[in-house]
Design a protein around this ligand. Structure first.
Ligand code: ADP
Ligand code: YYY
Length: 203
């Protein structure tokens, strides 16, 4: 069984996916972490983030480890995970995620993983796992999302809100909800409330 949980930036995808996956006793996979890892490696190499031929040669040692408690991304034996959620990576990741060659590489990593699993991102229900039987799409207003993310970032809420809104705009192409996804406005819900909503739907 595959459950897909897509949604806009900072809507709760990874926290909710982790909770749902742990309740089901299956792994979850965070596709955004792979886009973030490509971005980090590109930035560190001084590569042009809009040039797939500069990025693809960096990717052969990159591997996603889908632990139920939290995904990790490795570059050979170096754990990149702690560096993937920086403002620097946030600022470049939409450029990288717009490249068809990079999307193909990420999709191949994800499709190689054995089911059952919970997959989260933007296009899990539309493109990567279109035949998944259970699909969800998380939303919340930009202000609510910025307030949540402000607990994890040094910037103030208006700056975070502006950056989230801009990233939503740049990610629009791959971020449409699947027609058969259940859309959940997480604004009025607690994290556990969102997890329970999904688990009740799966039962
Ligand atoms: N429904 C919710 N209520 C309150 N806080 C939430 C809720 N969902 C997520 N959060 C918090 O919002 C932040 C962003 O969530 P995260 O799972 O990282 O989102 P995404 O994977 O979509 O970027 C985290 O600090 C998380 O704990
Ligand atoms: N399946 C996916 C997952 C993420 N992306 C892109 C869009 C986002 O700007 C970045 C980072 O995604 P991630 O889910 O980690 O970002 P947020 O936590 O929602 O801020 O990658 C994508 O294009 N397709």
């Amino acid at each position: 069984m595959i459950v897909t949980i897509d949604g806009v930036a900072a809507s709760g995808k990874s926290s909710v996916s982790s909770g749902v996956a742990q309740a089901l006793g299956v792994p979850y996979v965070s596709s955004g972490l792979l886009y973030r890892a490509v971005t980090l490696l590109g930035l560190n190499a001084g590569a042009d983030l809009a040039d797939p031929s500069a990025l693809l040669p960096l990717l052969s040692p990159v591997r996603l480890e889908p632990l139920a408690s939290g995904n990790r991304v490795w570059n050979a034996d170096h754990d990149l995970s702690a560096d993937l959620h920086s403002t620097r990576v946030d600022g470049g990741v939409s450029t990288v995620a717009a490249l068809p060659e990079i999307r193909e590489w990420v999709d191949a990593q994800l499709r190689a993983l054995p089911a059952p699993l919970v997959a989260e991102g933007r296009d899990m229900g539309t493109n990567v796992f279109p035949h998944a039987p259970h699909k969800f799409y998380l939303t919340a207003s930009p202000r609510v999302r910025a307030e949540r993310r402000a607990r994890e970032r040094p910037e103030d809420i208006p700056a975070i809100e502006a950056a989230l809104t801009e990233r939503d705009r740049q990610d629009t192409t791959q971020s449409a909800p699947a027609p058969d996804a259940r859309i959940i406005d997480t604004g009025p819900l607690t994290l556990q409330g969102v997890i329970d909503t999904i688990l009740n739907d799966l039962r």
